[in-house]
Design a protein around this ligand. Sequence first.
Ligand code: GDD
Ligand code: MN
Length: 375
Amino acid sequence: MNAPPKRPVTPAVSAARTAPLELGVIVPTFKEAPNVAPLLEKLEAALQGVVWQAIFVDDDSPDGTAAVVKAIAARDPRVICLHRIGRRGLAGAVIEGALASAAPYVAVIDGDLQHDETLLPQMLKALQEGRADVVVGSRYLGVEGADASALGKTREAGSRLANWLGRRVLRADVTDPMSGFFMIRRELVEHVAPELATSGFKVLFDILASQKTPPRYLELPYEFRARHAGESKLDNGVVVQYLGLLAAKLSRDLISPRFIMFALVGLSGVGVNLAILRLLLHIGFAQAQLIAALGAMTSNYLINNAVTYRDKRKTGLALLTGYVRFVVLCSVPLAANVAVATMVYERGPSWWVAGVAGAIVAAVWNYVTTSRAVW
Ligand code: GDD
Ligand code: MN
């Protein structure tokens, strides 16, 4: 008869209280402010009947993306903003978002409306019915449906090559292992989270390559749309980073992707060194070699800063102080290297063994010391 008066609750809150969370949608964002509201509208429309949440992981975008998300989150408890300070990196953002969700399934989707959110219910159904452990939105599956034309010609060719290499490493027949659009059982991410690279774009590939037992995939075709607003953050540095990740996976994680990149940059430095030496030989060998070594260190430092440590990239005054530290640290093995190489060279015929050994020792020293003291 006299039931206690009910407090009005918003539908979202009551739904969250009665039905358990089914899906966490992770949206990594960097400078996507104008895309936040349209994306949420699309998710809302696509996920009717599903108990979902959207976790935006924003790396303190200068355009105020986080503030836009929080303004909506203040009214809608399904929306969460992980606002990261002093960190950059798509892979790390995706991993943190997935780990922050309590949902049994997590989806990852770009914040720029390039991915087709209407695929999400189908993906969820496949996972819930146990038909797969991972469902990947593929830009390349079959002829009809899949379409990567919004990528642009060079990007498409590069993307296809990266996919081909990725398939060789995964030893699995996924058509788009580089996809940024997928859904997975959350525990699969948790199991391998400590091993995953936090920089770079290839988080799905990394998650799959790190699993002990090969996960069962399902791929669904979709059309890669043109970006809604803003611009892509995928540049050449990202591609080089991916090659490092591939090499690390080929070495079964014995060698870290960062070290591989660092060593590759060092190799380019050898080229710079030789070129300057040849050019300045007329001023005398010792002087020329000194300038050449400095030139190589400078180019190594700048490339490492832009590529190897792009997630911790230095600018302004920090770029300068880091440079001084880098040169000092890298000068140590340089002196030792030259001494050892000269000694071995004077004694035996295997000059190149001495050279290569010296280079490896120097690379390891440089890597270990500068990763601690510079970046
Ligand atoms: N938090 C965070 N931090 N988000 C980032 C960062 C970062 O450092 N860099 C990029 N993002 C976000 C973007 O805001 C966007 O929502 C999403 O990650 C993808 O970035 P885009 O810059 O739009 O990438 P794309 O469209 O060029 O690349 C597409 O293809 C790649 C494979 O070729 C995406 O689908 C990628 O996910 C995919 O790996
Ligand atoms: Mn994009």
